[in-house]
Design a protein around this ligand. Structure first.
Ligand SMILES: [Mg+2]
Length: 254
């Protein structure tokens, strides 16, 4: 049995910084990574997906939800399930499910500072749509910091964690994974990045936040493909560029 990690034993920021010192490209997932998993954004998208399917199949909410979960687990995204088994276009689905109210999202100044201070390129790699990523990043006040968004359409609708999607991303943007870092809230989406040589950080909900998660989405943080775990991305990024002792964010592993 694996030893439980001591979450109260933070690494010194300079130790973290050393692990990232070769990184030239910084790759971020969007949903539940660049904004808190406790925000109401993802549940809203989730509800729109349920509504889309309820309308498409004439189902009640509960049946629609069950089918949605089935597609998500079997195909990685509901969209992929719908396109594989039914005549649904990506455009109509993505436009519908991302048509949400983002007014609860506020500019995140410390995250903006943390991202801006990273040396090199910054990119978003998301299983959502480009438009959703741009609109959401705008709300957070971090939109201008990113060079580009690689979305589910760019991925030819093949979501993370499919290896082809990461490889397509590396090629499209000329990113050498051995000189890149990945930040992501779903643990198994870090397996391929780690295998390709990226430094991987799992972004988790804060302990005090109640977040609904699928069992398989939850990681202990002790998986070998996870280099770091943080529940405070902004503070963690501050440590990444730190060249000396500074207030430590809550960080595990290393
Ligand atoms: Mg995510």
């Amino acid at each position: 049995m694996k030893q439980q990690l001591d979450v109260n034993a933070p690494k010194l920021p300079r130790d973290i910084a050393r692990r990232f010192s070769h990184v030239r490209a910084w790759v971020f997932d969007l949903d539940n990574t660049l904004y808190s998993a406790s925000s109401d954004l993802w549940p809203k998208i989730d509800q729109r997906i349920t509504l889309f399917m309820a309308q498409l199949f004439g189902l009640d909410g509960m049946s629609s939800r069950a089918l949605q979960k089935y597609y998500y687990q079997r195909y990685g995204t509901t969209l992929r399930g719908l396109m594989s088994e039914h005549d649904v276009t990506a455009e109509e689905f993505l436009a519908f499910v991302h048509d949400i109210d983002r007014s609860s999202l506020k500019p995140d100044h410390s995250l903006a500072q943390g991202i801006a201070a990273l040396p090199g390129r910054k990119l978003i790699l998301t299983n959502g749509s480009r438009e959703h990523a741009i609109r959401t990043a705008e709300k957070l006040g971090i939109h201008d910091l990113f060079e580009d968004v690689f979305d589910i359409v760019a991925a030819d609708l093949l979501p993370k964690p499919y290896a082809e999607t990461y490889d397509r991303f590396f090629e499209r943007h000329g990113v050498d994974p051995k000189e890149a870092a990945m930040f992501e809230d779903i643990a198994h989406n870090l397996e391929v990045p780690h295998a390709r040589g990226m430094v991987t950080t799992l972004v988790t909900p804060r302990a005090e936040d109640q977040v609904e998660r699928e069992r398989w989405e939850i990681a202990t943080g002790s998986e070998p493909h996870i280099d770091f775990v943080t529940d405070d991305l902004a503070a963690f990024l501050e440590a990444v560029v730190s060249d000396g002792p500074a207030p430590s964010p809550r960080v595990e592993k290393g």
